[in-house]
Design a protein around this ligand. Structure first.
Ligand code: HEM
Length: 406
């Protein structure tokens, strides 16, 4: 078998076993622009070096987003696509106009309100974990981060927020039997989940039409692009973008970050003795976790990079998880160093589609780790963590920890 067939980046179990980092190290050294061929995921290019990934992010005129950020097209079928409707799957010039409309739902004022809500939920969850002497960090603590954000951004209650998190979690975990019966047809399952999510937002749209507020749905209902209101479908897609974009990423980053601190106790002690490092520590957790492992683009024209010719219509994947371990950019990239500076990781992407929720994610993570550090809470492993079966979102579905306060 030739080398090109040996690494298959659609092999989800390689990611579950944690063997992907070695595969990427090999690719960066030997075949940095890799032609992935696989039965399941089709053919695509994989960019694995930091400079190449950054180059593609910056070149949005050539690398379009309308085929969606996930390999394999939209969540449903080729005909029913989010392209041109959902922010993350929209190209310029419409992308810029749509982003302007969504921005007020992620403003500094909203971020401050998210912080207050998350603080309340996180404090209660940490208190519970200390009282119980332990918790499953993945299911009992980390999910409070997106819950707090959703409550404010969408203007919904805690129960509804957790219901929505359950739905998006199953959508992102559609290959993981923790969340779904993987015996069923994957496309049907996804179509059903998306329909459930859209139904949730349809109810919300009805409610906000009669009683508008300062939330995302109300903002989208009032939005106009080139003198036209958004269609209901566009509103649903963009609510889903915010929900899927924010629910899994921030909570899974918290899990991977927490596990890194548990596995590197000397770094945790360093953090306890220098709490002012928390901000840098969170950036390092973002780099280390690379929760959104890759995004997809499709080339709109032939383009050459080094000796590789990427042709119009080719699918190209930008591997944040590999770029974030590139030694050319990060000395001792495999060392978890909470004081790392500079730390220009690509975990939020780059260029025009760079994560619009980054300030909210940063607020969520800061509140959690500020609280833990302030109370000098100690965490120890209390069982095997279980990784999510996905090559797109890297996270943990189980993270049992013993918890004690100083
Ligand atoms: C640690 C947490 C997070 C990570 C790692 C993350 C990662 C990313 C990445 C890599 C992109 C770029 C996608 C692309 O280029 O195709 C992105 C975009 C986006 N994210 Fe996040 N995200 C996080 C948190 C959030 C939160 C909390 C929200 C919402 C409250 C959110 C909403 C979005 C949206 C709407 C986009 C599309 C932006 C655009 O296309 O202009 N994300 N995110």
């Amino acid at each position: 078998m030739s080398m090109r067939l040996e690494i298959d980046l659609t092999d989800v179990d390689m990611f579950v076993r944690g063997e992907h980092l070695a595969a990427f190290e090999h690719l960066r050294a030997h075949e940095p622009i890799y032609r992935n061929e696989s039965a399941e995921g089709g053919r695509f290019w994989a960019l694995t070096r930091y400079d190449d990934v950054l180059w593609a992010y910056g070149n949005h005129a050539v690398f379009g987003s309308e085929h969606g950020a996930i390999l394999g097209g939209s969540f449903r079928s080729e005909a029913d696509t989010a392209g041109g409707k959902m922010l993350v799957a929209t190209d310029v010039p419409r992308h810029r106009l749509l982003k302007q409309q969504i921005h007020p739902a992620m403003s500094a004022a909203v971020t401050a309100r998210v912080a207050d809500q998350v603080r309340e939920l996180v404090n209660a969850a940490v208190d519970r974990a200390i009282a119980d002497g332990g918790c499953d960090f993945a299911t009992e603590l980390a999910t409070e981060l997106p819950a707090g954000a959703l409550m404010v951004v969408m203007g919904i209650g805690r129960q509804d927020a957790h219901h929505l998190i359950g739905l998006t979690r199953r959508m992102i975990g559609f290959r993981d039997e923790t969340f779904v019966d993987i015996g069923e047809d994957a496309r049907l399952r996804l179509a059903w989940l998306q329909a459930e999510i859209f139904e949730f937002f349809a109810d919300l749209v009805d409610e906000r039409r009669s009683k508008p507020g300062a939330d995302l749905v109300s903002i989208l209902l009032g939005a106009e692009i080139n003198g036209r209101r958004l269609s209901e479908e566009e509103i649903f897609y963009n609510c889903m973008n915010v929900a899927v974009g924010g629910n899994e990423t921030s909570s899974y980053t918290a899990c991977t970050g927490m596990l890194a601190l548990v596995e590197h106790p000397e770094q945790y002690d360093r953090l306890l003795s220098a709490p002012e490092l928390t901000k840098d520590a969170i950036e390092e957790m973002l780099r280390w976790s690379s929760t959104n492992a890759y995004v997809q683009r499709v080339a709109k024209a032939d383009v050459r990079r080094g000796d590789v010719l990427i042709r119009a219509g080719d699918s190209v994947t930008l591997w944040n998880v590999s770029a974030n371990r590139d030694e050319a950019q990060f000395p001792d990239a495999d060392v978890f160093d909470i004081g790392r500076t500079p730390n220009r990781h690509l975990s939020y992407g780059a260029g025009i589609h760079r994560c619009i929720g980054a300030p909210i994610a940063a607020a969520e993570l800061s509140l959690l780790f500020d609280r833990i550090v302030a109370d000098r809470v100690r965490f120890e492993p209390a069982g095997e963590p279980q990784r999510l079966r996905s090559n797109f979102i890297l996270g943990m579905t189980r993270l049992p920890l013993k918890v004690s306060a100083a």
